[in-house]
Ligand binder design. Sequence first.
Ligand code: HEM
Length: 250
Amino acid sequence: MTDSTASTWDWLLFGILPYIGIAVFVVGLVWRYRFDKYGWGSRSSELYEKKWLIIGAMMFHYGALLAIAGHVLGILIPESWTEFFGINESLYASVSKYAGGFAVVLCVAGLAILTARRLHNPRVRSATTWTDLMTFIILWIMILLGMAETVGYNIFGPGYNYRPTVGEWFRSLFYLQPDPSLMVGAPTIYQVHVTIAWLFFALFPWGRLVHAFSAPVFYLTRPYIVYRSRAAAHIPNPGTSRRWQTIGRD
Ligand code: HEM
């Protein structure tokens, strides 16, 4: 533990809370999979309303995937690695500003459509649980804070290179040598964003967010399903056909 300036509070928020969040996330996912396997999914509301769901979900998910790619590049990958591949800080900052800005605007617009649909469509609203409500609230907080960082701080504001602080702190958690002092000098908005992130991860296993782990990507490569008509005219010998038959009757 290399820290000498972090207070008890900093240790609680940036040294202990992350491990609680990660533990609830991992144990919660295993528990849910083991004991609520049939409840695992997106609890799709497509049957109640389709048009706005498609528009909102497309925008939200593409924006979120781009933002996740940005987090991997900016937080998981050390600055020295991107520099090795010829991406210097100013090139990184421009990509992060414009690709990140595009991602977050797409995400916010998508989430706004999904929220409006959930509030205004009576059938969708009545299928909304407390966990859904909390998921929406925490997503809004996280995404607006992310937007304030990218758009407010880095596009229109003074800019902040978070890779040597937030990025290094984040990786220190996974080396099991947490260093909260790296977060002490970060702007408050970044401190709040990462703190709420652990609440987000703790909430993740209990609601519809788990569908992120069962996205149907194999649909792209699986064999076609062959559908055959059961119309009597096409069945050569109805007596021996594989049609549905009432049990107990020959
Ligand atoms: C502890 C985990 C996390 C860390 C360390 C982290 C850190 C950051 C940082 C440093 C930025 C600023 C990026 C920039 O200005 O270019 C950012 C932006 C953002 N974050 Fe996070 N974040 C975390 C988790 C999350 C989660 C869980 C969500 C969503 C639920 C989220 C959503 C966003 C969004 C939407 C943006 C702005 C979009 C973008 O620039 O691509 N973050 N985050």
